[in-house]
Design a protein around this ligand. Structure first.
Ligand code: GDP
Ligand code: NA
Ligand code: MG
Length: 364
């Protein structure tokens, strides 16, 4: 019963996030947190080609992200996963095209690229305005992830020199927030001491309490070496356990190895590895997805009082804004305000029920 109501919380949070974007709230305001900023999120951080897109796709279990060399991700992608159990086919939808249901994920990939260009032009600039994508599937766990541009050390393809710093600033603006869970991706075939993800995570989260370390490319490590020091918590220790991953290689992608076989291959890799077999149940993308979903639920639960406070403030502000606009006028912005107001009230209600259930220590 508790699980069901927690799934409800993540679902409701997803809807509030979409409403925030519709209202132009994607953080970056003044001293007080905006509603968007008060919601817990998971941001995927790492250097270029560290395996971010691959990790995201294996968490989802579907290919849908644009690929290519250079800076492919140039706007944040807010990816909301909704688990379905009504036997319907997997599908996706964008907030900016509410009428369209995508069942062909090659078209999802194309639309991410097109929508990126619509805002940034073909100039390869970056923009902090997020794209919202929802995926509805029986294969996913309820989870919200934000894909961010890869950290880079040099500008390429005629990009302005400032892009290196611009990307770092944008990534930082997400991971700075105390309620941002950092999914820090590092490739195992490079020295972790040089990992951009770990470097940034250490800066903004020195105690490592909101950082999840992910080690990709375990299969590409030099023969005779392994990552046990990290995976068993002796080196680069964080509060949360490190998870090792084996994604598809470029050759696998070229041969069109599908996600199901890739997950299968990953599982076999860990189970049959002399180094990692004893850790097999705590490795791999499926385990990572479960770990993150459980963690997100517990974070939402712990933050109920503070989110409720921001929601109540937002409700007050929206009420007075509606009074100014005139409640009877069903203009577009007005309708959006009503939507977010309704959502906030629903959220508040679910929180209160949850608190009344006496499970969170009940300080209200
Ligand atoms: P991103 O730039 O961080 O999004 O990285 P990608 O996910 O696009 O991966 C970059 C390249 O590394 C691609 O060719 C992937 O196939 C490859 N790659 C990613 N993870 C792994 C892995 O665990 N093992 C192997 N062999 N290749 C990987
Ligand atoms: Na890439
Ligand atoms: Mg990528």
């Amino acid at each position: 019963k508790i699980m069901a109501s927690m799934e409800g919380l993540i679902g409701l949070m997803n809807r509030i996030q979409r409403a925030c974007t519709a209202l132009g709230d994607h953080g970056g305001g003044g001293d007080l947190p905006t509603l968007w900023e008060s919601l817990p999120t998971i941001a995927v951080v790492g250097g270029q080609s560290s395996g971010k897109s691959s990790v995201l796709e294996s968490i989802v279990g579907t290919d849908f992200l644009p690929r290519g060399s250079g800076i492919v991700t140039r706007r944040p992608l807010v990816l909301q996963l909704h688990q379905t159990d009504d036997g319907s086919q997997e599908y996706a939808g964008f907030l900016h095209m509410p009428q369209t249901r995508f069942t062909d994920f090659a078209r999802v990939r194309q639309e991410i690229a097109d929508e990126t260009d619509r805002l940034t032009g073909k100039t390869k600039q970056i923009s902090p305005v997020p794209i919202h994508l929802s995926i509805y599937s029986p294969k996913v766990v309820n989870l919200t992830l934000i894909d961010l541009p890869g950290l880079t050390k040099v500008a390429v393809e005629g990009q302005p020199e400032s892009i290196v710093q611009d990307i770092e600033n944008m990534v930082r603006s997400y991971v700075d927030k105390p309620n941002c869970i950092i999914l820090a991706i590092s490739p195992a075939n490079q020295d972790i001491a040089t990992s951009d993800a770990i470097k940034l995570a250490k800066e903004v989260d020195p105690t490592g309490e909101r950082t999840f370390g992910v080690l990709t490319k375990l299969d590409l490590m030099d023969k005779g070496t392994n990552a046990l020091d990290v995976l068993e918590g002796r080196a680069y220790r964080l509060q949360n356990p490190w998870v090792g991953i084996v994604n598809r290689s470029q050759a696998d992608i070229n041969r069109k190895v599908d996600m199901i076989s890739a997950r299968e291959k990953e599982r076999e890799y860990f189970e049959s590895s002399p180094d990692y077999a004893h850790l097999a149940s705590r490795m791999g993308s499926e385990y990572l997805a479960k770990l993150l979903s459980e963690h997100l639920e517990s974070v939402i639960k712990a933050r109920i009082p503070s989110i409720t406070a921001v929601i109540n403030k937002t409700v007050d502000e929206l009420e007075s804004e509606l009074d100014t606009i005139g409640r009877a006028v069903a203009t577009d912005p007005g309708a959006q305000l009503y939507t977010i107001l309704d959502l906030c009230r629903a959220f508040d209600r679910v929180f209160k029920e949850h608190l009344d259930g006496g499970r969170s220590g009940g300080d209200r």
